[in-house]
Design a protein around this ligand. Structure first.
Ligand code: SAM
Length: 220
């Protein structure tokens, strides 16, 4: 199947199951602000929402906010008593996300922290926060293994860790590929295989954003 057909199916799914005014407004505002269109797909945003709801996640850690599209879906899932802490390097992205989340009415449950996540995570850990129930990792891919190590430190047994974009058009399985992000994906899979506190798999995805996939791990 070619990529345009994958996109057609995504459109069909979105039309029937995902269409949402606040999500659309967020994507529109991101485009108007000139943010890159590298948010999760609309179907994946809804999937993250359903994942958080189905696992009863009240505390979510997100690494990589962009304009807050995935954050919006996660924030709606945690409800009024919950919290999403989301880490973003670019102040401009964080500002657009703040506006989007406030407009959508979920701003009060989202704590956006600006800075390099590998620097924000030790600061967060110092605060000894309540453990997280769900961690969504979607930032600079070369740091994915480091982010998973922090996610392990900050989450409870039974928590779910999702790492986006690990398949990279199949380069995950291409040992000859010198794409740094693909190499980081292979390092991540080796970490997931070796780490006794994690049970994990990788699920491939196709759709409007092409061929990719996510790692999915449960903390033992
Ligand atoms: N999760 C978002 C969504 O689906 O709506 C998309 C996130 S986008 C793929 C990746 C984001 O990570 C960008 O906004 C980028 O600025 C941010 N980022 C890149 N390197 C980072 C770092 N070292 N620390 C924190 N954020 C980083």
């Amino acid at each position: 199947m070619s990529t345009p057909e994958w996109a057609d199916v995504d459109r069909y799914v979105v039309d029937h199951l995902v269409r949402d005014d606040a999500a659309n407004a967020t994507l529109r505002a991101n485009a108007e602000a000139g943010l890159p269109s590298i948010d999760v797909s609309e179907a994946q945003g809804k999937f993250l929402h359903l994942l958080a709801r189905s696992t009863g996640a009240g505390r979510v850690l997100e690494i990589g906010t962009l304009g807050g599209f995935s954050t919006l879906w996660l924030a709606r899932a945690v409800g009024a008593g919950g919290q999403v802490v989301t880490l973003e390097f670019e102040p401009r992205h964080a500002q657009v996300a703040r506006e989007n989340l406030d407009r959508a009415g979920v701003g009060d449950v989202v704590d956006i922290r600006i800075g390099a996540a590998m620097e924000s995570l030790p600061v967060l850990a110092e605060e000894q926060p309540e453990p997280f129930d769900l961690v969504f990792i979607d930032a600079d891919k070369v740091n994915n293994s480091g982010y998973v190590r922090w996610a392990l430190r900050l989450s409870r047994p039974g928590a779910v860790i999702v790492v986006d974009n690990v398949v990279r058009g199949g380069r995950l399985a291409d040992e000859a590929s010198d794409d740094p992000a693909a190499r980081a994906s292979r390092d991540l899979v080796e970490l997931l295989a070796a780490e006794p506190r994690l049970d994990a798999t990788v699920v491939q995805t196709v759709g409007a954003k092409g061929w990719d996939g996510f790692a999915f791990a449960v903390v033992n």
